[in-house]
Design a protein around this ligand. Structure first.
Ligand SMILES: *Cc1c(COP(=O)(O)O)cnc(C)c1O
Length: 359
C-alpha cells in the first residue's frame, strides 16, 4: 500500500555498520566521478585499475598475508581457488558445514574429496590420515572461519596442529569475520592466535567491509601468482568497478581503527544473547554477532519471522535446505549500527511475538 515504516534490521551482514558510512560513500563517489562506472574488461586485459592493486595490497596487509587477488565475489573466489591449485593427485578435506561456494569449488576440482563432520577434530584427523594413506601429494583443509548458520568459530588452533602433523595446508573462508572479529578486526586467525599459520584466506567486501561486493583470496605470493594465472572466475569475469574498490579500501582503513564499533557490537551481542536466553528462547551458544534462535519446525520459524515483522523487527527464518531438516531457525545478527534502544525493542518484540503466537 506504499506507506513506509521503520524496522529494526537483525538480518544484515552489516556487522560494523559501515554499509552507509559517509566516508566510504564519499570515497566511492569520488572514484565514480573520476574513473567512471566500470572497466568493461577482465583484469588481465585492460581491467586493472591502480585501485585494484591498492585494494589487493591493503587487504593482504590487513589479514596478515603476503599478497591477495580480487574476485567479483567471494563465491567466485571459492569456486576458483581449488581447481587452480590442486590436481587429481591432491586432496581436499572439507568441513561438512562449509559455505555453498566451497562445496561448489570442491566439485569443480579434480582433487580427492574428504568431508568431516562439522567441527569434529577427530573426524578431521581420520580424514587426514586416510588422505595420507591414499598417497595424496598436497592436502588442503578447508573450513569456514565462522559457520554462518550457527555462528560459532572454527577450532583453528587444532586444525593447524593437525595440518602440521599431516603436512597439510589450511584454507579459511573468513567472510563472517573479516572486519569485526579479532584484534583490529583481522579475522578468526588473529582471534584464535593462528595468524601466520593459515595458508589461504578467502573473504568478502560484501559484509563487514562496507557491504557492497567483491571477494578476495589472500596468501603467500606464490599461491596468489598461481591464482592469477589459473583461477577461472578471475580470468574470465569482469573487474569490480573502481568505485567499489575505492569504497572497500576506505572500509578497510576504517575497520582497522574501529575498536569503538567492535566494542559496541560486542556489547549488543552479550545483551541480546543474554536477553533471549533469559526469556527462555533456545539460542545456539556462541560469541559472534550471529545469534541463531532455534524453532526447529519450519512453520513456527516462518510464523515467528512474520509476526516479528509486524512488530517492527526485520529477521529471516531459515529452513531446509539452507539448514538441515528439522533445524529451522531465525538467524539474528547484531550490528554496531544498532542502538541499545533497538536491542531492548527487539527483545520485547521476540517476547511479544511468541505470546501472540502462543508458542
Ligand atoms: C557470504 C559468504 C560467501 C559469499 O560471499 P560473496 O562475496 O557475497 O560472494 C562465501 N563464504 C561465506 C562463508 C559467506 O558467508
Amino acid at each position: 500500500d506504499g506507506h513506509k515504516r521503520e524496522l529494526i534490521n537483525l538480518c544484515a551482514n552489516n556487522y560494523l555498520g559501515l554499509a552507509n558510512h559517509e566516508e566510504i560513500v564519499a570515497a566511492a563517489q569520488r572514484a565514480l566521478a573520476e574513473f567512471g562506472f566500470g572497466m568493461a574488461s577482465v583484469r588481465f586485459i585492460c581491467g586493472t585499475h591502480v585501485l585494484h592493486r591498492q585494494l589487493e595490497e591493503a587487504i593482504a596487509r590487513y589479514v596478515g598475508a603476503d599478497d591477495a587477488i580480487l574476485f567479483p565475489a567471494c563465491f567466485d573466489a571459492n569456486t576458483g581457488v581449488f581447481d587452480a591449485l590442486l590436481t587429481a593427485d591432491d586432496a581436499i578435506v572439507s568441513d561438512s558445514l562449509n559455505h555453498a561456494s566451497i562445496v561448489d569449488g570442491v566439485r569443480l576440482c579434480k582433487a580427492q574429496r574428504y568431508r568431516f563432520a562439522n567441527g569434529n577434530m577427530n573426524a578431521l584427523e581420520d580424514a587426514l590420515r586416510q588422505a595420507r594413506e591414499n598417497g595424496s601429494r598436497f592436502i588442503l583443509i578447508a573450513t569456514d572461519g565462522v559457520f554462518s548458520m550457527d555462528g560459532y568459530v572454527a577450532d583453528l588452533p587444532t586444525v593447524c596442529d593437525l595440518a602440521d602433523r599431516f603436512g597439510a595446508m589450511v584454507m579459511v573462508d573468513d567472510c563472517h569475520a573479516t572486519g569485526h572479529l579479532g584484534p583490529q578486526g583481522r579475522g578468526t586467525p588473529a582471534l584464535t592466535g593462528t595468524e601466520g599459520k593459515i595458508d589461504i584466506i578467502s573473504g568478502t567486501f560484501g559484509k563487514s567491509l562496507g557491504g557492497a561486493a567483491g571477494g578476495f583470496v589472500a596468501g603467500r605470493s606464490k599461491i596468489v601468482e598461481v591464482l592469477r594465472q589459473r583461477a577461472r572466475p578471475y580470468l574470465f569475469s569482469n573487474s569490480i568497478p573502481p568505485a567499489m574498490a575505492a569504497g572497500a579500501l576506505r572500509a578497510i582503513e576504517i575497520a582497522a581503527n574501529a575498536d569503538d564499533r567492535r566494542s559496541r557490537l560486542g556489547a549488543h551481542v552479550q545483551r541480546f544473547r543474554q536477553g533471549l536466553v533469559d526469556a527462555g528462547f533456545d539460542v545456539v551458544p556462541g560469541t559472534t554477532p550471529i545469534i541463531p534462535v532455534m524453532f526447529f519446525d519450519a512453520h513456527r520459524a516462518k510464523a515467528m519471522a512474520q509476526t516479528l515483522d509486524r512488530l517492527g523487527v526485520y529477521v529471516a527464518g531459515f529452513s531446509y535446505p539452507v539448514v538441515p531438516e528439522g533445524q529451522a531457525r531465525i538467524r539474528t545478527q547484531m550490528s554496531a549500527a544498532l542502538t541499545d534502544d533497538d536491542i531492548n525493542a527487539a527483545l520485547q518484540a521476540f517476547r511479544d511475538a511468541r505470546e501472540l503466537l502462543a508458542l
